[in-house]
Design a protein around this ligand. Sequence first.
Ligand code: SF4
Length: 474
Amino acid sequence: MTKRSYVTVNPCIMCQPMGSALAFKGIENTMVLYHGSQGCSTYMRLHLAHHFREPVDIASSSLSEKGAVYGGRENLKKGLRNVINRYNPKVIGVATTCLAETIGDDVPAIIREFKEEEGIGDDPEKDIIIISVSTPSYGESHVSGYIKALEAVVRKFAENQGEERAIKIPNGKLNLIPVESLSPADVREIKEILEATAENYIFLPDISETFDAPLRDDLPKIAPGGTSISEIADMPNSRASLGLGIVSKNLALEYLEGYYGVPGQSVPIPIGLSNTDNFFTELVNIFGCPIPDKYQAERGRLLDAMVDVHKYLYGVKAAVYGDPDLVFSLTTFMLELGMHPVLVATGSKSRDFGMKIRQIFKEIRPELEPMVLDGIDFDSLNDAVSDCNPDILIGNSNGRYIAKARDVPLVRVGLPIHDRVGAQRILTVGYKGSLELLDRITNTILEATDTFTAPVQAEPAAYASQGTEEECME
Ligand code: SF4
C-alpha cells in the first residue's frame, strides 16, 4: 500500500515561475524577469539550460533581507531598467517567486509606477510591453505557471487594441495553443502539419527556434524566433482556437472564446494513433481540408509498426509519470499498443486527471485497473512503483533513481531530461513522432531482457558448436 506523506520529498513538478518562462520564451524578442530571490532564477535557468542545451537568460530582481522586510519595489524597478538597457526587448514577462508573493508586493502597481516614471506607454509598436503574472510555487506547479502566463500574454495584447477591439477583422486563421509538454521538435512537426492543412495559423508559444537555435557567429542576447507580437494581437480575429491537451485548463483559449467569441476546442496532445487521428479530424472539421497523402502514409507506417511490435509489447507492465496531459496521451498510446499501464501518475494536483485517465481505460481496456495518482512526489512514486512492479518506466529523467534502484529500464520523455542529450530534438507528436516513440519503447524492452528476443531469434544450432571465443582466436 502506498503510504501518505505529509511532506514533499523530491517533488515530481517544477516551480511555477519556470512554467511562465516556458511560455514567455516562445514569444518574439521577450525577456523574462523573476521578482524574488536570486536563487530562483539561477535554479530555473540551469534547469532549462540543461534540458534544452541552450543559453537561457532569466533576470532577477534579487531581493535580499532588506527587500524582504521593506518590500521589493526598488529592486523590481532597478531590475526592469537593467533588462531594458542590456537586452532591449519588446516584451518583458515578470513572474513572481515565493518570496515576492509572501511579502505581498503589488507587482502590477509597481509596474504601472515604473512605466509612468520612464514614460513607457502601451503601444506595442513603439513601447516595451511589460506583462506580469503571479506564480508562487507553494500554490501550484510549472504547469499552471505556463497556463497563467499564456493567458496574461493573450489578454495583454488583446486589451492593448483598446477601442479597436470591438471592430473584429476576421483573419481566417487558426490559433494553436498547446500545453507545456512539447519539445521544439514537436512544435516544428505540428507547424509542418498545419502548413500542409490549415495554412493560416498562429502558434503560441513558438519555442521551435528559441529553445533550439542553430549555432551562429554572433550570439544574440535574445534568441531569434517565437510568436510575433502582431500575431498575438491578431488572435482575437481568428476563426477558431485549437488547444492541445485536455486535462489542464487552457485559459488563453477560454479567454479568446469568452471575450472575443473565437470558438475553442481542445484535443489531446497528438501522441499515438487515436490522439493523432483526433487532431487531424479537428483540422478537417475546421478547415474542410483533405488529409495530405504524406500523413496518410505516415499513419499506415505507424499501424504497420504497431502490428510488428505487438508480440514484444503486449502485456508489458508500464509505469508512466510526468505532466498531466503528456501522461494522458502516453497512456492512451500504451493502451493502443496492448501494454498494461499499471501505474499512471502526475506530480500536479489535478481534479480531472484521475477521471480522464479512468475514462480512457474504460474506452480501450476496461478490464484493466491501474493505480492512478496525482499530486505525488518521487518518494510516493517510488512506493507506488514498488507496489505495482512495472517492467518499464516512462517519464522524465528525475525518475532515474527509481529506475536504477529497481533495475527497471526508463524511457525518457517530457521535461526535464538532464542526464541525456537531445531532449530538444525528441519527437513524440504526430504519426511520425509516435512511431519514433514506439521504436524507443520497444528497443528499450528488447535491450533490457533477452527473453523477448529468445523466441524469435534462437541461436542457430550451427553456431553453437563453433567453440569458445578463445578457441576461435587460436
Ligand atoms: S520554490 Fe519558490 S523560492 Fe524556491 S526556487 Fe521555487 S520559486 Fe524560488
